[in-house]
Every structure is written in C-alpha cells, then in structure tokens.
Design a protein around this ligand. Structure first.
Ligand code: NAI
Length: 345
C-alpha cells in the first residue's frame, strides 16, 4: 500500500482518483489545504505527495518532505513552475502529467475569446432581466482577422486549428518552431504589430516571465485582444491594466493571474478581496476572468488521474524509469526528458 498526501483536493478530483488509484493499491489522504512550509508536516507517514498548480514546492518544502520520508512529488498538472526541480534532484523524484487534454484548454481559450468579443456574458445577464437592448454589444468578425499565437506546442497547435476553422490568419512565435507545420513564424515584435488577437500558450520560465509588459503592449495594434490560458506571470498585470485604461488593449481574457494562488479555486464571494489589481481588472467592462478553469473537463480529469496513478506506481516499482519524471541530471529539464531511460537518480 502506497500512501499519498493529496494537497489542495477539490470535490471534482476525488471520483477519478478513487476510480484509478484505490483499486491499484494507492491510499490517498485528501487535504483541502495547499502544500507550503506550514503544511508539509501533514505528509507525515506518506511515501508520496500529489500537488497541483498553486501548491508551493520550494527548497524548504522539499527538504521538509525529504526529512519526513517522502520519496515522490507527483504533479497532477503539466506546468511545473511551482516546483524547484533543481533542488529536488537527488532528493525526491518529481513526475508530472505532460498532456491530459490539450483540447480542453484550446477550446476554453476560444470560448473566452468568443464570449468577450461577442459580449455573450453581457447579453446573458441582460436577457435574464428581460433587457433585450443591443446597445454596447457590437463585436467584430473573426473571419479575416489575424491571431498571434505564442507557443506552438500541443495546446497552441490545436488552438491554431480552431482559429483556422473561423477563417482567421495565423502568425506565431516559438523559439523552437514546429517543422513542416505550415505555420508562419515571426518575431515577437512582428507578432505584436500584426495581430488583432494574441493568445499565450507557452510555459512560464525565467525567459517568458512578464513577456507581455509595457514595452510589448506598446508595440501592439490599438484594440488588440489578449488571451492568457497559460500562466499568469507571462503578463505583467500592472502593464495590462495600464494598457486597458489607455484604450490600447481592446479586451483581455484571463484564465490565469500571477497572484492567483490565494484566490483562484476558492469561493471568496463573502470576503473583501485584498488584491486591488485583480479587483480593478475584474471591474473593467472588457476583461473576463475565469479561475484557472481551462483544464476542467471530464476527459481531462480522468486522464490526469489515470496518468498520475501510473506515474506513482512506476516510481515505486523496482528498477525501470519513473514515468514522466522531471529530471535535472543534465542541467536542463526538457533535454533530460529526452535523454533519460531510467530513474533520474
Ligand atoms: P507544450 O510543452 O506542448 O508547448 C509549449 C510550447 O511553448 C513549446 O513549443 C515551446 O517551444 C514553447 N515555448 C517555450 N518557451 C517559449 C517562449 N519563451 N516563447 C514562446 N514559446 C515558448 O505545452 P502545452 O501542453 O501546449 O501547454 C502550454 C502551457 O499551457 C503550459 O505550459 C501551461 O502553463 C498551460 N496550461 C494551462 C492550463 C489551464 O488550465 N489554464 C492547463 C494546461 C496547461
């Protein structure tokens, strides 16, 4: 029996993890709290922890977990910017779920975009109160417009296909362009200058942090729509707010926010929000915020649970590799993934 401390557990997580895990010898200890230096102690007696995007897995937490005997950190997400994988090397193995439903995220991106540009959220509220006025609901055709896609991995490529279905022109930026994809790759500056809609689909790294800042916004078309379903810190939210107030940014659709950890995924409706920047963004008529919801489909939840359970079991089996391990042995996590045929250490 392998005991797993399951941090930041939500009601929608349990059915799929019970379905895949409990029958295969995993015993989950579901914890509503997030993992951080204060809550690491709750993993006592567990061989593994299972964490999500807003758990903090820094050096201090890793050292505490190791002292408690934890041997594996299993991320139930693709992104791993919240885990100090370098520090974990030779201490605790780290695994993630590289893909669970890129369609879920790409489709949510288009849902946000359509809602915003065609003012569906406003129309919904109006007609519920028998207000059938169309004033202020004018949108624009997607057909013929240019979308700039930053990051053409799994999600970016699916989103590009969706946009092409709408008859949009596509330009993209990726430091590693996909060969033979038929995608027109351009520099970030050219992408900002040409795009009516800009959608972010790259990971958060030291290079990409605040890639959308005041300078980038100044290079965009007036009225550009920005969509971020990747990671909040790709955008400097202060600069975004400034761009909106100056009428430079036409609309922003945000499924992620740099300081989301304390608010997203929780019901804060009865509380005063301390984050003035988030409050101000939400108060704007041309900003839509969803709380890191893009992944949330039945298919994705099922795939997350199945892959995470397989990852955990593979790591505790003798010999062989840990499935989907994030390894720092060669000094570059992405490169180590390709080169590694056995456990990282
Ligand atoms: P992927 O690894 O398949 O693709 C990422 C692409 O970004 C790669 O082609 C890579 O070369 C490119 N890239 C790396 N650095 C870049 C940079 N500085 N500028 C432009 N491109 C860069 O990843 P996938 O599955 O497409 O996911 C993309 C991101 O979506 C994840 O990193 C994660 O942050 C986010 N995500 C968000 C979810 C949500 O619920 N909102 C759920 C799942 C993922």
């Amino acid at each position: 029996m392998i005991h797993v401390a399951f941090y930041d557990a939500k009601p929608y997580d349990k059915p799929s993890f019970e379905r895949y895990g409990e029958v295969r010898g995993l015993r989950f200890k579901y914890l509503e709290t997030k993992l951080n230096e204060d809550t690491a102690e709750l993993a006592k007696g567990c061989e593994a922890v299972c964490v999500f995007v807003n758990d903090t897995v820094n050096a201090a937490v890793i050292d505490r977990l190791q002292a408690l005997g934890v041997r594996l950190i299993a991320l139930r997400s693709a992104g791993y910017n919240n885990v100090d994988v370098k520090h974990a090397y030779k201490k605790i193995h780290v695994v993630h779920v590289p893909a669970y439903s890129p369609y879920a995220v790409a489709e949510h991106t288009m849902a946000l975009l359509l809602t915003s540009v065609r003012r569906i959220h406003k129309a919904y509220n109006r007609t519920r109160e028998f207000n059938f006025s169309l004033s202020g609901l004018t949108g624009f055709d997607f057909h013929g417009k240019t979308v700039g896609v930053i990051g053409t991995g799994k999600i970016g490529r699916i989103f590009i296909n969706i946009c092409r279905g709408f008859g949009m022109k596509v330009v993209a930026y990726d430091p590693f362009p996909a060969p033979d994809s038929g995608i027109e790759y351009v520099t970030p500056d050219e992408l900002y200058a040409r795009s009516d809609v800009i959608s972010l689909h790259c990971p958060l790294t030291e290079d990409s942090r605040h890639m959308i800042d005041e300078k980038a916004i100044s290079k965009m078309k007036k009225g550009a729509v920005i969509v971020n379903t990747s990671r909040g810190a790709l955008i400097d939210a202060e600069a975004l707010l400034k761009g909106i107030k100056e009428r430079k940014i036409g609309a922003a659709c945000l499924d992620v926010y740099e300081e989301e950890a304390d608010v997203f995924f929780e019901d804060r409706s009865g509380h005063i929000l301390d984050d003035d920047l988030l409050s101000r963004l939400i108060s704007m008529p041309n900003v839509i915020v969803t709380s890191h919801q893009a992944f949330l489909t039945e298919e994705a939840l099922s795939n997350i649970a199945e892959t995470t359970v397989n990852n955990i079991l593979s790591c505790f089996e003798n010999g062989g590799a840990c499935d989907n391990e994030l390894c720092y042995r060669c000094g570059n996590i992405e490169r180590c993934k390709k080169e590694r045929k056995e456990k990282c250490f």
